[in-house]
Design a protein around this ligand. Structure first.
Ligand code: PHB
Length: 392
């Protein structure tokens, strides 16, 4: 061999070694691409999910079936379908992820569904709650809730508590329209009526004029769905400032309004608000105690975990179970077979993935905001067990 060919052979051998090392590394890793908003007005959504994921991994370790779990976070900056879609394509093509996960906002989930379908990647929904989402790909499983699932029980509760004349206020997009419809259907079936149905824009709504309209309509109650976070704070501020409570108008809502993450900052205006929802940080169970503990340890500045944190935690539990069952070799169709019918003891209570719809079946609790110690909490006092998405 000449000097040159020896060098070339050595270089080729080194390249081969480097290649097999990357391959071995890739095969030793299960990758999860998390798509959510980590900046802008919905930044808390991504952060809550990341907090739940970290809590799960702190408690259960960062490897499964001999493989290391790698989580890649991608920021959509808000309800931007184009960005969500591009990020999903990158995760599938470049990062070669095994799972797509996250999705705080419905537009993100709807934009990514066709990519999950085409790439046969299990897509684990950790919040996005418009009913129709799970019908958009056979590779979607939802670990959060649907708006009809949590809104219809409020219709029943209202009737039982002599609330008959209601004004509804919802964010004007998928989950809001779902909430408005499911609540109104249940209420009117029992003899109640929606005297006005108000829809507010998803981006930067000014609640003041709507709140005046509610006051003028003099209903028994106002039923509210707005996306958790800044908008819940803005609505409750307007409610307090315009004296709706003094006018005898009650607030009933889905638990997005009294999101645990922002509730402590919302002040006493929320005391007495009744909501229906799938998770409260005040839920009493050993599973929730363990979750609260690991969330606090893994997120020292994370505040109180909310429903998105718990759905992310459960979504991770599902990914770990699938990975274990498949011996670390993730195949989209086999993963979906494991997810269908999966049962977990969630911090919120028992949950199940309906094998027919891949949507979640769970208990919906009725809660009232009350002070526990010095802080407001959503205290559960009644429940509707085994709730499916009512449209399915
Ligand atoms: C959604 O976009 O599906 C969504 C966002 C915030 C919520 C609930 C649902 O609080």
């Amino acid at each position: 061999m000449t000097m040159k060919s020896t060098l070339l052979a050595a270089a080729a051998a080194m390249a081969a070694m480097a290649f097999s090392a990357t391959l071995a590394f890739a095969q030793d890793t299960i990758k999860i691409g998390v798509i959510a908003s980590f900046s802008g007005p919905f930044a808390d959504y991504g952060k809550s999910m990341e907090g739940g994921i970290k809590a799960y991994m702190a408690q259960h370790g960062s490897s499964v079936a001999g493989k290391k779990i790698e989580v890649i976070y991608k920021d959509t900056t808000g309800p931007s379908p184009e960005i969500a879609k591009r990020l999903a394509q990158e995760l599938v093509v470049r990062d070669k992820v095994d799972f797509l996960a996250g999705f705080g906002l419905t537009p993100e989930a709807l934009a990514v569904a066709p990519i999950a379908e085409q790439a046969k990647k299990p897509m684990i929904i950790m919040n996005a709650a418009t009913s129709i989402i799970t019908t958009k790909s056979d590779y979607i499983a939802r670990f959060s809730m649907t708006l009809p699932q949590v809104s219809a029980p409020m219709g029943s509760w209202a009737l039982k508590n002599n609330i008959r004349k209601v004004v509804t206020v919802v964010a004007d997009y998928g989950p809001g329209i779902d909430a408005e419809k499911a609540f109104a259907e249940r209420l009117t079936k029992g003899g109640g009526s929606v005297t006005e149905a108000i829809r507010v824009p998803l981006r930067n709504p000014d609640f003041a004029p709507y709140i005046q309209r509610i006051k003028d309509a003099k209903p028994d109650a106002v039923f509210v769905f707005v996306p958790a976070g800044e908008q819940s704070i803005a609505f409750m501020k307007g409610y307090r400032e315009r004296g709706l409570a003094e006018a005898g108008i009650k607030v009933i809502a889905t638990g997005d309004l009294t999101d645990d993450h922002v509730l402590p900052a919302m002040g006493d205006a929320t005391l007495g608000v009744i909501t229906t929802f799938h998770y409260s940080a005040a839920h009493k169970s050993p599973e929730n105690d363990a979750f609260l503990k690991s969330f606090a340890a893994a997120n020292p500045a994370g505040g109180r975990p909310n429903f998105m944190a718990v759905a992310a935690y459960d979504g991770m539990a599902a990914i770990y179970q699938v990975s274990n069952k498949l011996g670390g070799k993730i195949d989209g169709d086999k993963a979906m077979a494991v997810l269908k019918g999966m049962k977990l003891n969630s911090p919120r209570g028992p949950i199940m993935i309906d094998p027919a719809t891949r949507d979640i079946v769970q208990t919906v609790y009725v809660r009232k905001v009350e002070k526990v110690g010095n802080e407001p909490y959503n205290v559960e006092f009644d429940k509707f067990t085994d709730q499916k998405d009512p449209g399915k």
